[in-house]
Write a protein that binds this ligand. Structure first.
Ligand code: NAP
Length: 253
């Protein structure tokens, strides 16, 4: 029996990076997992790897109709929905003086509207299952200033706050739904690969990220997945409205 045996999860951004690691670990721990992503090729490849435990759903988190249809499809396929991981996100760089209004809005549409819509439309499904867990992927950029990731930091800070309000709303209703945020930094995923690739010297840029971390390295996606596993399961039943930093000590300085 796995730590999530009998549970069903909906993971956004599941085709890559942190979402993929979370989906793999949840499935290994006995959950059935809906893999929701705009990347159909990556999502279908992971669904094939995970077999009958997984279901790929083409899903854009910024589209309300997609949330309503796909949460319904996952709940119908699995007979229940216990866990939502709002993980999909985008992280274009840009300072306040360089960023266009369109990029500002695009980042917030995906990183913030997506989390709002996910929480809003998942709640009835989680309630129908008798309770559940929502995990929102924020970032250390939601806790400290990030001048070169200006819109990203703003969207992730809002996710931190939204998480606490959802948690208190659910606690007041007594419906057994918990909501927490995860705040990683510098995890080796395609998002970080793309970020360092824009530098003049990518290898040096990658090393410079590791040098900022007291533990001296980038994190691994599975390390974040292990934290998500704790928050998704019953072991964390007294944990809600909380923020979990996983950054090798970066923000302890
Ligand atoms: P990633 O490797 O780029 O994976 C993100 C996945 O989300 C991709 O499959 C992407 O598809 C998908 N996606 C993008 N826009 C979407 C949308 N509108 N609807 C549904 N899916 C969408 O990134 P990651 O590093 O795993 O990041 C996952 C989450 O962790 C993000 O919220 C990110 O902000 C957060 N985070 C990451 C780090 C880090 O160091 N890696 C640190 C802090 C926070 P495409 O590839 O087709 O765009």
């Amino acid at each position: 029996m796995g730590r999530l045996a009998g549970k069903a999860a909906f993971v956004t951004g599941a085709a890559s990076g942190l979402g993929r690691a979370i989906a793999r670990l949840f499935a290994a721990e006995g959950a059935r997992v809906a893999l929701a992503d705009t990347d159909s090729a990556g999502g279908q490849a992971l669904a094939a790897e995970l077999g009958e435990r997984a279901l790929f759903l083409a899903h854009d988190v910024s589209e309300e109709a997609a949330w309503i249809a796909n949460l319904g499809a996952a709940a119908a396929a699995f007979g229940r929905l216990d866990i939502l991981v709002n993980n999909a996100g985008i992280g274009p760089t840009g300072t306040i003086e360089k960023l266009s209004l369109e990029d500002w809005r695009r980042v917030h549409r995906v990183n913030l509207d997506g989390v709002f819509l996910g929480c809003k439309h998942a709640l009835p499904h989680l309630r129908a299952a008798g309770g559940g867990a929502i995990i929102n992927m924020s970032s250390v950029a939601g806790l400290i200033g990030t001048p070169t990731l200006f819109a990203y930091g703003s969207s992730k800070a809002a996710v931190r706050q939204l998480t606490k309000s959802v948690a208190l709303h659910c606690a007041a209703r007594g419906d057994g739904i918990r909501c927490n945020s995860i705040h990683p930094a510098f995890i080796a995923t395609p998002m970080v690969d793309r970020m360092v690739a824009t530098a003049r010297a990518p290898a040096e840029a990658r090393q410079a990220l590791a040098d900022q971390v007291p533990l001296g390295r980038l994190g691994e996606a599975e390390e974040v997945a292990r934290l998500a596993l704790y928050l998704a399961g019953d072991e964390s039943r007294f944990v809600t409205g909380a923020e979990f930093v996983i950054d090798g000590g970066l923000t302890a300085r």
